[in-house]
Design a protein around this ligand. Structure first.
Ligand SMILES: Cc1ncc(COP(=O)(O)O)c(C=O)c1O
Length: 398
């Protein structure tokens, strides 16, 4: 679908719909008038087929206890097979109400209080919260950046495995916020190190469908023909791909029998809830019918990234990390403004609500994360406001 056609058809005003992104600005940023490009959800309606399936089910009007849809797995696995060449088996699949919730559960099922959990900042901040809230020990191996191009620091990573002896490693792939789609050989190296040191890998692949650059996403499940299945648990969901986050439905995939048994024995301490009927229906319908919609959306994200890069050319020193996966642009403004001035410029002057770098890593104050899953009109307005604020700053302080 052409980009304009996609935007016209699916964009939607979200104010006053209990939208976290639009309706919590006063509470979160103390200014209800900011233009919001934070929270990773989108300004677009999910495919009509999904909405229609929900309407039909809602019109039935009875919402008593329900079973899982017997066809769910077929639809989900067909999508994984077609888009990512991932071959799943039905018995590997467990459901959850979200990937973040799954992280809390998996940490509790596979480690004890005080055990180390390794993460790689800058990284999606609920990873930090999940480790701290479950009273595990935070172990970090920061990514290395060269001019905004991030990679694993394998030497430090192995050192942390050797010295800190974490039980778990939470991998973000594709990586939020730096936008990397990890190469097969990079994944092979980190997985090999984890296996060597007896560390269980929890791979958060929720952004799997957002290959927006030239690289193809490779799932950890497929590395070395599945040789890491005995030390790997995967989390993904239809929620990011099809804008269904509030329907609270996601997957935990555990290919290894022993790990699955351990999970099943321990999860009963934390989770007795049934599946969300509407979340599962929406996800299933999206997997069956949402491909054209997703391809249209990816066009919008690519265009928005181009707009961002072009408009920021006025400030060649600003570093925007190459966007391979995710719909989140990671922008280093430390080369043009002092780190401590970031909120004054971005919030007070540019009137934007963004995710701030320090949410993802203490080292990244002065960075921002901008959400590109919006209309080109909103994105242009946001970047123009940012550029104008940076220009006026130069005028004022230099
Ligand atoms: C890497 C990553 N994991 C998990 C989530 C959230 O997943 P959920 O809404 O299923 O908890 C996000 C949302 O932005 C994310 O970027």
């Amino acid at each position: 679908m052409a980009i304009d056609a996609f935007v016209d058809r699916y964009q939607k005003e979200r104010r006053n719909t209990e939208s976290l992104k639009w309706d919590a600005l006063e509470e979160r940023f103390e200014d209800a008038d900011l233009l919001p490009l934070w929270v990773a959800d989108m300004e677009f309606q999910t495919p009509e087929t999904v909405t229609n399936a929900l309407i039909n089910r809602i019109q039935h009007g009875v919402f008593g206890y329900s079973l899982d849809n017997a066809d769910y797995f077929r639809s989900f696995s067909a999508w994984q097979e077609k888009r990512h060449n991932i071959h799943l088996q039905k018995e590997w699949l467990r459901f959850s109400t979200g990937v973040v919730q799954s992280l809390y559960h998996l940490i509790q099922c596979f480690s004890e209080k005080g055990d180390g959990v390794l993460i790689q900042p800058p990284v999606y901040y609920p990873f930090f919260h999940a480790v701290k809230d479950t009273e595990r020990k935070l172990v970090v191996s920061p990514l290395k950046s060269e001019n905004g191009q991030y990679r694993f620091d394998l030497k430090d990573f192995e050192e942390k495995l050797r010295v800190e002896k974490p039980k778990l490693f939470i991998l973000c792939s594709p990586h939020n916020p730096v936008g990397r789609i990890w190469d097969e050989d990079e994944l092979l190296e980190v997985l090999s190190l984890c296996k060597k040191h007896g560390v269980l890998v929890i791979a958060d692949e929720i952004h799997q469908d957002f290959g927006v650059g030239n690289k193809k996403f490779v799932s950890t499940l497929n590395i070395a023909d599945g040789s890491f299945h005995d030390c790997l648990i995967l989390c993904n969901a239809p929620s990011k791909t099809f804008n269904l986050a509030s329907l609270l439905h996601s997957h935990i995939i555990i290919p290894d029998d022993k790990l699955r048994r351990q999970f099943d024995q321990r999860i009963i301490f934390y989770q007795q809830t049934e599946n969300n009927l509407l979340g599962q229906l929406a996800g299933q319908t999206a997997y069956e019918t949402g491909e054209e919609w997703l391809d249209g959306l990816l066009g919008v994200i690519r265009l928005n990234y181009e707009i961002l890069i072009n408009r920021l050319k006025k400030f060649p020193a600003i570093i925007v990390s190459p966007l391979e996966g995710t719909y989140l642009a990671w922008i280093d403004l430390t080369t043009v403004i002092p780190r401590k001035k970031i909120k004054e410029i971005v919030q007070k002057k540019a009137q934007l609500a963004v995710d701030y770098g320090e949410w993802f890593s203490e080292e990244c104050e002065g960075f921002i994360r901008l959400n590109l899953a919006t209309t080109p009109t909103i994105l242009k307005q946001a970047v123009d406001q940012l550029v104008e604020a940076l220009e006026s700053y130069e005028g004022e302080f230099n």
